[in-house]
Write a protein that binds this ligand. Structure first.
Ligand code: FAD
Length: 320
């Protein structure tokens, strides 16, 4: 029987998603599901109780040295846990920190590693993964030998688990090495409302939107649909209207509905939103590349289409 599928993420919400995927892999492998919680103190350790619902066992390591986000320290601790649990597959989240830990962990374990994976399945003793490569122009399919292998999975690849496993929390004593980096200051990121990565509906604006004030209509449309506003990179980086953008070098999103307004559909933008369930594009150019990845599209002037959509939605909601 294969060793358990071990999940770890610094974000408890993402760990929960990964546990959904781990349950599927574990079924295919005839293995169990474990999760690691690396906590600096009792507050972080509380996640262990929550995650125990979805795992057979939670391996909890509590040490104040884990307050420093040093990926080599986290990788050392996880390497020890992988050994203790005899894990066959390790899943981390594809976050900035998660992918760094995954790579270091794989080196320590001398194990194969794939990052940015959006699909995973078991076949003939291998884990078959799919990952976006060449700036989103291609999808690579790779086979990793199981036992152990390390995979950093893109957020929103898996649904949260539906079947409870009611596992136990085991406190594990591990010699946590001293961090080699020092945090000088921490600045909280300002997030108003729902974070774009969590949103079910995103109305995203591109260079077709001429003025900052014009984003008000995108915001109104997003609000009517219960969503949030996003944008392409030039809107954030060149014009400075938003603190983030969607795409290969920005945020990767996977909403139920993505409405691209005045966005051409450059490959780097598409790499960040191509996994959206339904894509709607509004663009005045008949040959806009975004149409190729859209489920529905409107060829027209966004300054006519967006207000018309808002009116129609308001009418439907009895607000007009
Ligand atoms: C290394 C690298 C990384 C990058 N990473 C990213 C990334 O992560 N995310 C990202 O977004 N970009 C990224 N880019 C930039 C990317 O290549 C494109 O330049 C960018 O996505 C284009 O943004 P846009 O679609 O808003 O603008 P444009 O390409 O200028 O498109 C504007 C669109 O609006 C349409 N339009 C204009 N007026 C109207 C109107 N009135 N009504 C309807 N439609 C209208 C036009 O037909 C056009 O299709 C990256 C580039 C590089 C080199």
């Amino acid at each position: 029987m294969a060793g358990p599928v071990l999940v770890w993420s610094e974000k408890p919400g993402l760990a929960e998603e990964l546990l959904g995927g781990a349950a599927e892999l574990a079924k295919a492998l005839g293995a169990g599901v474990s999760t690691a919680v690396l906590a600096a103190g009792p507050e972080e350790a509380r996640a262990a109780e929550e995650l125990a619902r979805w795992a057979d066992e939670v391996l909890l390591v509590e040490d104040p040295k884990l307050a420093t986000p040093d990926s080599s320290v986290y990788a050392s601790v996880l390497a020890e846990l992988v050994g203790k649990a005899g894990a066959s597959v390790v899943l981390t989240g594809y976050t900035l920190f998660g992918r760094e830990v995954a790579a270091r962990l794989a080196v320590k374990l001398k194990a194969p590693c794939a990052t940015g994976c959006t699909s995973l399945r078991v076949k003939d003793g291998h884990l078959l993964v799919e990952r976006t490569v060449y700036a989103g122009r291609a999808i690579a399919r790779q086979a990793l030998k199981i036992g152990p292998c390390v995979v950093a999975v893109a957020p929103r690849t898996f649904e949260k688990p539906s079947e409870e496993r009611g596992g136990k929390v085991s406190k594990v004593e591990v010699a946590v090495p001293g961090p080699r980096l020092k945090v000088l200051s921490v600045k909280e990121k300002e997030v108003a409302g729902v974070a774009v990565e969590e949103a079910d509906v995103i109305v995203s604006g591109g260079r077709g939107v001429e003025k900052r004030e014009d984003f008000a209509m995108l915001e109104e449309l997003a609000k009517l649909l219960g969503g949030v506003v996003g944008c392409s990179r030039p809107i954030a980086e060149d014009r400075g209207w938003f603190p983030f953008w969607i795409g290969l070098s920005g945020k990767k999103v996977k909403p139920k509905l993505y409405i691209a307004v005045g966005i051409s559909g450059a490959i780097q933008h598409v790499a960040g939103m191509r996994d959206s369930k339904v894509v709607v594009a509004i663009n005045k150019a008949e040959d806009a590349p975004i149409f190729a990845v859209s489920d529905y599209y409107v060829v027209g002037d966004l300054y006519q289409i967006v207000p018309a959509l808002i009116e129609a939605l308001k009418r439907r909601k009895g607000q007009a």
